[in-house]
Design a protein around this ligand. Structure first.
Ligand SMILES: [Zn+2]
Ligand SMILES: [Zn+2]
Length: 244
């Protein structure tokens, strides 16, 4: 019989923005570190005791170090509005050069709205916005075969390619570009800043939404199934025939 504890720990590679750590993590922590992609992120776990770290790698020093990076954190309990509180922010730093290995933020937020509850339309659309809300009847909330329900996206947390929380998805709509319309999501950060991300700027959708790394802008005409770069505006992929 295995008690929950040391025996359940597995050594895992946890990525950060300035390196990575090899640390012993529990199954639950592994789930927290999994932001929807193949890799695990220290930012998803947050604070880990120093004795959990086997070693870490600093991108700046270009070498690894035995043991844990230094961790500094504070608990600002900063009220960010709409019931969201910044409970803790922390930073893992290299012991040798003080470069940031990973950062994290912990928020306490109201539980994610159940998908069947329509989001309150309390924010009037900006006049210049060409976003047209998607009528619920058009997209049925099934989850078969990789189908993603639009209504489930609303309220999900969005993380960027560095596993930092960008904000929550507030609205999903269609962005008209010439004669075409692409699905676009509006993300509102905890600081209240709004950002719009096109569908092809989204890398993974799981319990959270993982955005593609900044600096790798989505290319128009790139096939989502085979990656072939078609001409911008193409309706079907030249290579595999998938609908673009
Ligand atoms: Zn270093
Ligand atoms: Zn293709």
């Amino acid at each position: 019989m295995m008690a929950a504890g040391e025996e359940d720990m597995a050594e895992k590679k946890l990525r950060g923005s300035g390196g990575y750590a090899i640390a012993k993590v529990s199954d639950d922590e592994q789930k927290m570190a999994n932001l929807g992609g193949p890799e695990l992120f220290l930012a998803g776990i947050g604070r880990l005791d120093a004795d959990r770290f086997v070693k870490y790698f600093c991108n700046k020093c270009e070498r690894d170090f035995e043991g844990a990076p230094t961790l500094s954190y504070d608990n600002p309990n900063e009220d960010l509005g709409e019931g969201v509180t910044l409970v803790e922010k922390g930073e893992y730093k290299c012991r040798a050069c003080s470069a940031t290995i990973a950062q994290y933020r912990k928020f306490s937020a109201p539980a994610q709205a159940p998908p069947q509850v329509a989001p309150k339309a309390e924010i009037a659309p900006a006049p210049e916005s060409a976003i047209t809300p998607v009528p619920a009847a058009v997209i049925s909330p099934t989850q078969d075969g990789g189908f993603v329900s639009i209504s489930q996206l609303v309220g999900m947390s969005a993380y960027d390619g560095e596993a930092m929380l960008v904000g929550k998805i507030e609205e999903v709509g269609l962005r008209k570009q010439g004669g075409r319309a692409t699905i676009s999501v509006k993300i509102v950060s905890n600081a209240g800043e709004k950002k719009e991300v096109q569908w092809d700027g989204i890398s993974k959708i799981g319990d959270i939404v993982l955005l593609k790394a900044a600096g790798a802008p989505a290319q128009a005409g790139k096939c989502p199934s085979c990656g072939y770069q078609n001409e911008a505006g193409a309706a079907f992929c030249e290579e595999c025939g998938a609908k673009l």
